[in-house]
Structure formats: structure tokens, C-alpha cells
Design a protein. Structure first.
Length: 76
């Protein structure tokens, strides 16, 4: 793979979360858990990227069962 192609692929991958605050990330994760999309890669990526904890998700409206389903990715 050439340098230009590799750079282009990384550029598009890094533009997915261009301007996302921690609060917005928490809200997206909670909304995704409420919609039963907890196996969605974006939710798992957001949890690990921001180092979210179970306490933060519980305080923002996620249920215990929803948080427990992604406990392997949480920073506790």
C-alpha cells in the first residue's frame, strides 16, 4: 500500500469523531444502549476512547443491565 493511499484511509477514519465532547459521547453511548445496539462498534469505541466508567453511564440514565452488558469495555 502506498503512502498516499494509507494517508487517505487514515484521514477518513479519523474524521468520524472530529469534534465530540465527553458529554456528547456519554449521551451517544446511553442512547445506543437504550436502543439495544450495545454490540455496535461505535459504542465500544466511544467507551474505550473516552475511558468512560459505569458510574458516568448510570448517572446519565443507563440501567444496570445495560451497563453490565458492556462492562468489559468500561474503565472501572
Amino acid at each position: 500500500m502506498g503512502k498516499a493511499l494509507k494517508r487517505g484511509m487514515n484521514k477518513s477514519k479519523n474524521n468520524l469523531f472530529e469534534s465530540l465532547s465527553r458529554d456528547e459521547a456519554i449521551n451517544k453511548v446511553v442512547k445506543g444502549l437504550k436502543n439495544n445496539t450495545n454490540r455496535n462498534d461505535n459504542i465500544e469505541d466511544l467507551i474505550t476512547l473516552f475511558g468512560l466508567s459505569s458510574e458516568e453511564l448510570l448517572e446519565n440514565g443507563a440501567s444496570y443491565e445495560e451497563v453490565k452488558s458492556v462492562s468489559g469495555f468500561l474503565n472501572d
